[in-house]
Design a protein around this ligand. Structure first.
Ligand SMILES: C[C@@](CO)(OP(=O)(O)O)[C@H](O)COP(=O)(O)OP(=O)(O)OC[C@H]1O[C@@H](n2ccc(N)nc2=O)[C@H](O)[C@@H]1O
Ligand SMILES: Nc1ncnc2c1ncn2[C@@H]1O[C@H](COP(=O)(O)OP(=O)(O)O)[C@@H](O)[C@H]1O
Length: 306
């Protein structure tokens, strides 16, 4: 009989990513509207004498398997908070594209926190888990929470959002990833090159779009399609110009709208229903503009014990 604990954690797409100026600490203030989507990583925690980590699935050759892995850092942080040793073997079964702008590493961090908390019986209150998540990364609190939420600050200050139905998505997975800091840096560079300036003194405070929040609340996919925005998209396309062809291929296949997912390079396509999603995914595969195309439904629940 296995004594392990397994937690399933969803990927995300940013349906609005409004990026403010660069702050003195190097981060950018955001109005980040997260939507959890039904592609999942699973993190299993099993008792062991020391902290160990293994991973399986596409792209795991690109993630560190030492102490710098976000899941390992999460286990150490939780153990440190409770004054215990991180005696655990973590196994990550990866299905979220690595370095794809879908918060795979954040998902593994949130999954490891929840799995270790259950394994060690540390019973950390939810609000404290959220605070630990924020120490690990800006997107990690949302990976724990799931559903839909507005992230303020650097994305870690969450307000849950109501959603009024299911949204169908297709994701075009690219070959290789993009580095999140590189994409924020390119966003700043493009703003400076346009003579706008890139600091908090230069850029207006980012605000969520009322039309977008309304579309989420009413489950209105065409209205959501009309309101999707990502301020990091020009930077991601600047660093990876071939994404313009991917975005176009999905639109030609009948998607309601396309955008880069977060810092990319995954491209996200909002579609009318499951059938239209299957057609769009097939057309994207045939277009040769991506490595893989995956269909998924949103909102998905947050990190949960399997
Ligand atoms: C862009 C977004 C959109 O949700 O996600 P991805 O698309 O990469 O998954 C996030 O802002 C990524 O969040 P996350 O990947 O957790 O970033 P962190 O580890 O906190 O920060 C990594 C680096 O990204 C930059 N960063 C991150 C968040 C933020 N609000 N401003 C920033 O400038 C900083 O250079 C920071 O050093
Ligand atoms: N458990 C993990 N899973 C994925 N990436 C990880 C993990 N731990 C550390 N990383 C590193 O974090 C970076 C971001 O990866 P990821 O979270 O998948 O993408 P993104 O930030 O674009 O959503 C990568 O450089 C990766 O090597």
């Amino acid at each position: 009989m296995s004594t392990g604990v397994t937690v399933r954690v969803p990927a995300k797409v940013n349906v609005q990513l409004a990026v403010g100026g660069r702050r003195p600490d190097g981060f950018h203030d955001l109005a980040n509207v997260f939507l959890a989507v039904g592609l999942y990583d699973e993190v299993t925690a099993t008792p062991d004498d020391t902290l160990g980590l293994t991973a399986e699935g596409p792209g795991t050759d690109l993630i560190p398997l030492d102490g710098s892995n976000l899941a390992a850092r999460a286990a150490r942080l939780l153990a440190g908070r409770h004054g215990i040793e991180p005696r655990v073997r973590l196994h990550i079964a990866k299905d979220i594209p690595v370095a794809g702008g879908m918060a795979g590493g954040s998902a593994d961090a949130a999954g490891a926190l929840l799995a270790c908390d259950a394994l060690w019986g540390t019973r950390t209150p939810y609000e404290e888990l959220l605070a630990l998540c924020a120490e690990l990364g800006s997107d990690v609190p949302f990976s724990l929470a799931g559903g839909a939420a507005l992230g303020r600050g650097r994305g870690e200050l969450l307000t849950p959002l109501e959603t009024g139905g299911e949204f169908h998505w297709v994701f075009a997975v690219a070959d290789g990833g993009l580095s999140t800091p590189d994409v924020y840096r390119e966003c700043d560079r493009l703003r400076e090159a346009a003579g706008l300036g890139a600091t908090v003194d230069d850029v207006p405070d980012p605000e969520p779009s009322p039309a977008l929040l309304d579309a989420l609340r009413t489950g209105d996919a065409p209205a959501l399609a009309a309101a999707l925005t990502n301020d990091l998209q020009p930077a991601a396309v600047s660093l990876r110009p071939s994404l313009a062809r991917t975005l176009q291929a999905g639109l030609a296949a009948g998607a309601l709208a396309s955008l880069v997912s977060g810092s990319g390079p995954t491209c996200a396509f909002l579609v009318k229903d499951a059938e239209s999603g299957a057609r769009t995914a097939e057309a994207l595969r045939a277009s040769g503009t991506c490595r893989a195309a995956r269909s998924a439904v949103a909102p998905a629940p947050g990190a949960s014990l399997v």
